[in-house]
Design a protein around this ligand. Structure first.
Ligand code: ZN
Length: 497
């Protein structure tokens, strides 16, 4: 049991647990640069699988990938007033282009060459609206050029003082979609379409249930008309904003002069959207499903879906099991599954089980000489359930098990979320709820930023979304949960990452 003890139980310290799961599953590590993370192969593989699924959905809905520069002229950021306000405090700047040798020893051997100062500093992109719309202004001339539907996969930098692997890092990986449309309806439809794609990805691939809805004025993206988001509830009852989709209106088109000629010969500003999900999703995946034994990866995104562990005593047994084990691996791979055959020597089967468990592998197949004699293998699920299956039909058994695990993870996460949600919340209930660990609190909202600010100061909770109809309570709240004024919308509050 030595290995399992390396993971701090969730009930003891959730934050420690989160770090331990990441370390044990070798997903990521802290880097020598403060605030930055190193994504290790097992973690990066999850990101690649996420990328592939999302990219397929973006392409199927008419989007194409492009790439824009990492550096953005500082003056670009100033062009949209709200945007600069939102990002000014966390940008990294490039001001010089050269170093020079000083002739000294050690750390002082090189220094910034003062003659290399840039006339205009460059911002390392915190997001790419400004540089992309500067290019759109060039490419969009006529209504025939619309809609323009682009996406880019890249890294961005937002200077953060506090680091939490995957959740909050100075540099992170993401995709940012940027589109231009002829009218408001086109942009609105696009923003909603992407929100639907994000939801489908969260639920069907990550097995992470989400609430969809609109952000309030104070929580929306800097420079957007409207921001939509998917919000998930983690096991510590904190909310995670897992993806956002913005209807930018004509704000950026006006700032960057993205104009087009209409069919009737007039001149109009385009309507834009932008939307993104990031490596933060990996943090969401970990905190939605994992347990005190380590990572639990939903089969759809598990880097290894099946680990085959042979159990032998003699060399002769090892050889026989090796032949069968490799055959099973090949058969499973033919069905598109990601499989490892673990015949490492000098390691007991139990130690291997712990390792695959910590790595989040959903299904383990154990084969010993006795199993072989009766033409069966033992199929063990990450959840602990275990039983023999016939060797002949092992592919079908594994596929069924993976499907069931995927469904069960989603159902369990949704049940947990609902158990930790309260509706028709009053102020008294709300204060108690937030003090007692929190969750999603549904209640009436008057629309006033003053109420939002007060609630944030007193409870650290924010409005995650004004939920879409599907998620709203049957009883529509009539009064603001906080100030008793007339409610303009039901809101979902939570403490958030
Ligand atoms: Zn109020």
């Amino acid at each position: 049991m030595a290995q399992a003890q390396k993971i701090t139980p969730r009930a003891k310290d959730f934050s420690e647990w989160y770090g331990d799961v990441i370390a044990q599953a070798q997903l990521a590590d802290y880097s020598p640069v403060r605030g930055c993370m190193v994504i290790r192969p097992h973690g990066y593989r999850i990101w690649e699988l996420m990328q592939r699924a999302l990219d397929d959905m973006f392409r199927a809905s008419g989007h194409r990938n492009a790439y824009f520069p990492l550096f953005i002229p500082m003056s670009f950021l100033a062009k949209e007033a709200e945007h600069v306000e939102g990002f000014a405090k966390e940008v990294a700047l490039v001001t010089h282009t050269r170093l020079r040798a000083t002739g000294k020893e050690g750390a002082g051997a090189i220094a910034v060459d003062p003659t290399s100062e840039l006339e205009e500093p460059l911002v390392v992109r915190p997001t790419s609206e400004t540089i992309i719309y500067a290019m759109f202004a060039k490419w969009i001339q006529s209504y025939r050029d619309l809609p323009l539907l682009l996406n880019q996969w890249c890294n961005v930098v937002r200077w953060e003082l506090r680091t939490r692997l995957f959740l909050r890092t100075t540099e992170f990986l993401w995709q940012e979609g940027h589109t231009a449309h002829a009218d408001e309806a086109g942009a609105e439809q696009e923003a909603r379409l992407i929100l639907g794609i994000y939801r489908r990805f969260a639920e069907e691939w990550m097995a992470m249930p989400v609430i969809t809805g609109a952000k309030t004025e104070s929580e929306k993206f800097a420079g957007a008309l409207r921001t939509y988001a998917i919000e998930a509830l983690m096991q510590d009852n904190k909310a995670l904003q897992a993806g956002t989709s913005h209807n930018l209106g004509q704000n950026f088109a006006k700032a960057f002069n993205v104009q087009y000629q209409t069919a009737s010969g007039g001149l109009e500003y385009a309507w834009n959207t932008s939307w993104g999900v990031s490596t933060r999703l990996i943090g969401g995946l970990i905190m939605t499903h994992s347990d005190d034994n380590g990572l639990v990866a939903p089969p759809q995104l598990a880097p290894v879906q099946v680990a085959i562990v042979p159990i032998w005593k003699t060399d002769e047994e090892r050889n026989r099991l090796s032949v069968v084990g490799r055959q099973v691996k090949a058969d499973l791979e033919k069905s598109g599954l990601r499989v490892e055959f673990d015949d490492r020597e000098n390691m007991k089967p139990g130690a291997k089980y712990f390792e695959w468990e910590a790595l989040g592998v959903p299904v383990r197949l154990e084969i010993g000489p006795r199993d072989l004699a009766s033409s069966q293998v033992v199929l063990a699920r990450r959840s602990g359930a275990k039983g023999p299956v016939a060797l002949q039909s092992v592919t079908g058994s594994v596929t069924t098990a993976l499907d069931e695990i995927q469904q069960a993870l989603f159902a369990a996460a949704r049940e947990r979320r609902e158990k930790n949600s309260i509706r028709g919340t009053t102020k008294g209930q709300f204060l108690e709820f937030m003090k007692g660990g929190g969750g999603f609190a549904y209640g009436g909202f008057c629309g006033s930023p003053t109420c939002e600010a007060e609630i944030k100061t007193q409870t650290n909770a924010t409005i995650r979304v004004l939920p879409d109809p599907e998620f709203r309570s049957k009883e529509v709240p009539k009064q603001c949960m906080w100030c008793d004024a007339l409610s303009i919308a039901e809101a979902v509050w939570a403490q958030a990452y």
